[in-house]
Write a protein that binds this ligand. Structure first.
Ligand SMILES: [Zn+2]
Length: 303
């Protein structure tokens, strides 16, 4: 059996998955913020408790909000900043006396959906999280593509392609935290949608509220969502022109807007080279569980 751990900024969740993908154990504990040894101890404690419950030693995989640098072996880009510059995988492997596999949480979504979700049976799965921010992961035959620099799939911080005049203005008004302007994340995240609505209306409301107002026929909200859909199509078309995945899976809060799956695909052909687009864009099947499930599946059956 396999243990999957999702390390978030506020909670650490662990599950035990059977070979059939059934959850046999699940527990959440608060994340010891700012405390690296405490974080190791909390993860190790969850693993020991899970193994006691199921009565066997398991493989351990973990998703983190950052990545391991292939150059230094240290965590980088984690918003749980106390993990940065630590040998997290090595320290945890020593503590648990086995190899622990760690990857980015968006990669976990890709692996989860490629294994037994919306991308099951597909060779190349591109999975994007459109949440507070915007991240993505690539799974090939169910395995994570980490990449030479450990940043494969980090398309949230590519520039939004084919920007019109309004988008160029918006990019300058709202620089990305990464230090660049006009990143996909500045447009096709919940935060980006709110900013777009704000600059047109002067009103600050949540992405869910904008979506709800659009559903009730509000013109400004409808226009904001249509711009959002057009931008999702632009950003995903660039992925198709590079990777041409077998399926595109969306997770995160914005993925709950069902209209995306109807409205975005017809917008894609104008940006995809050759003007043909026949790829399914699907909602993630496992929702909030994709992090823990994908972490567990970092150890596929053939390993
Ligand atoms: Zn950025």
């Amino acid at each position: 059996m396999r243990i999957g751990i999702d390390l978030g900024g506020t909670k650490i969740e662990a599950v035990v998955l059977s070979d059939a993908g059934e959850i046999l154990f699940r527990k959440r504990v608060p994340t010891p913020k700012g405390d690296y040894p405490g974080t190791i101890a909390a993860v190790a404690g969850l693993v020991r408790e899970a193994e006691k419950e199921v009565g066997e030693t398991c493989t351990v995989g973990m998703g983190i909000p950052g990545t391991l640098s292939p150059v230094t072996g240290l965590v980088k880009n984690a918003n749980s900043v106390w993990l940065n510059n630590q040998h997290f995988d090595k320290d945890l492997s020593e503590e648990l006396e086995r190899e622990v596999r760690i990857t980015n949480d968006a990669n976990c979504l890709a692996v989860s959906e490629a294994t037994d979700g919306a991308g099951a049976g597909k060779q190349l799965v591109f999975a994007a999280i459109l949440g507070t921010g915007c991240g993505a992961g690539v799974a090939i035959n169910g395995r994570v593509l980490n990449g030479r620099n450990g940043v494969a799939g980090e398309w949230g911080h590519n520039p939004l392609p084919w920007q019109n005049d309004e988008e160029r203005l918006q990019a300058a008004e709202n620089p990305c935290f990464c230090g660049n302007e006009g990143c996909n994340e500045s447009f096709i995240s919940g935060t980006g949608l709110c900013f777009d609505y704000f600059r047109h209306t002067g009103e600050k409301i949540t992405g869910a509220e904008i979506s709800e107002r659009a559903g009730n026929g509000d013109k400004e909200a409808e226009a904001a969502i249509q711009r959002f859909e057009q931008r999702v199509a632009k950003a995903l078309s660039m992925i198709v022109n590079i990777l041409d995945p077998d399926v595109i899976v969306l997770g995160g809060g914005a993925s709950n807007m069902d209209r995306l799956y109807k409205n975005v695909p017809p917008l894609m052909a104008q940006y995809v080279v050759g003007r043909e687009f026949d790829t399914e864009i699907k909602k993630a099947v496992h929702g909030d569980s994709s992090g823990v499930r994908g972490a567990a599946w970092l150890w596929p059956q053939e390993d």
